[in-house]
Design a protein. Structure first.
Length: 263
C-alpha cells in the first residue's frame, strides 16, 4: 500500500467529500451523459464482444455501462462509495449484469498486470495531484495490444486564461487540482512510450444556473462563484467562450478523447 503524505491524504478526503455530495446530481447531468459523447469514448476503445474493460474513477458508472453493452465484462473503480452506488443503481435499472464495481485508489489499482483489454478514464485527471502515476497504473493493468482511453476537459494554451479558469474551478469544486492543456495530456502518452494518441474533441455545454446550484464551492459561496463566471465574459478571460445568453452566462468545457494501443 502506498504511503501518502498529509497533503495527499487531505486532497483524497476532499475528493470523497465533494463527490459524495455531488453524486446524485452528477449522475443526472445530461451534458455529461450525452450519447454522442459516450460513443466517442467507447469507439476509441475499439471494443469487441470478448473484451474486458476497466473504467478508472468511474463516477456514477456511465462509461462502465456503455462498455458493458459491447464487451464481455466491464469493471468500474472509484474512490467514492456514493458514486459506486449510483453505478449499481443505474446498471440494475437497465438490466446490465456483466459489470463489477470496486472502491480503490487510481494510484494503486487493485488488479493484476494486463488484466484488461480496455482501460479508460473520463473527467478525472483534473482532480489528480499525480496524473502520471495514475496513467502508469492504467497502462500496467492493460494487456499488450489493449487500448488506453483518456478523456478530460482541457484549459486554454494561454497561461493567463488557463489560470483564470482554474481559479474558478478550484473555487467551484475544491477537489480540483488543475485542468491541463491538450499538450499536457498528449505528453502523458509520449512520456509513457505509447504511440501518438488518436484524438477526438467535443464541447460540454455548461448550464450555468444548474452548474452553480449543483456545486459546493468554497464557503458555499454560490453568489461569489456566479460573479466569477459573469466577470469572465468581457474578454473571455477564462478561454471557454463565456457569453451572456437568455438563461445567463453560457460557456463550454472543451473535452478531448485520446486513445492508443499498448505495445
Amino acid at each position: 500500500m502506498t504511503n501518502y503524505n498529509s497533503s495527499t491524504t487531505t486532497h483524497d478526503a476532499e475528493i470523497v467529500d465533494q463527490f459524495s455530495r455531488q453524486a446524485e446530481a452528477f449522475a443526472q447531468a445530461a451534458a455529461l451523459h450525452n450519447e454522442r459523447a459516450l460513443d466517442l469514448l467507447v469507439t476509441a476503445g475499439e471494443p469487441s464482444a470478448s473484451d474486458q474493460s476497466l473504467d478508472v474513477a468511474c463516477g456514477p458508472g456511465t462509461i462502465v455501462i456503455a462498455f458493458a453493452k459491447r464487451v464481455r465484462h466491464a469493471t468500474g473503480l472509484d474512490a467514492t462509495e456514493a458514486m459506486l452506488a449510483q453505478g449499481r443503481q443505474k446498471a440494475a435499472a437497465e438490466g446490465i449484469a456483466n459489470v463489477a464495481w470496486s472502491r480503490g485508489s487510481v494510484y494503486t489499482l487493485p488488479f493484476r498486470d494486463g488484466a484488461f483489454d480496455i482501460v479508460s478514464c473520463r473527467f478525472a485527471f483534473h482532480h489528480l495531484e499525480r496524473p502520471a502515476e495514475a496513467f502508469a497504473e492504467m497502462i500496467r493493468v492493460c494487456r499488450r495490444g489493449g487500448r488506453i482511453v483518456l478523456c478530460d476537459a482541457c484549459c486554454s494554451d494561454d497561461p493567463a486564461k488557463a489560470a483564470a479558469f482554474n481559479r474558478m474551478e478550484r473555487f467551484r469544486d475544491p477537489s480540483t487540482v488543475e485542468f491541463r492543456t491538450l499538450g499536457f495530456l498528449r505528453a502523458l502518452f509520449r512520456d509513457a512510450a505509447l504511440p501518438e494518441p488518436k484524438l477526438a474533441t467535443y464541447a460540454v455545454p455548461a448550464d450555468t444556473s444548474r452548474l452553480i446550484e449543483g456545486s459546493f464551492p468554497v464557503n458555499n459561496d454560490r453568489e461569489g462563484l456566479r460573479r466569477m463566471i459573469e466577470e469572465s465574459v468581457a474578454g473571455d478571460t477564462m478561454g471557454v467562450g463565456a457569453r451572456f445568453g437568455e438563461q445567463g452566462v453560457e460557456f463550454s468545457y472543451p473535452a478531448a478523447v485520446l486513445s492508443a494501443a499498448k505495445a
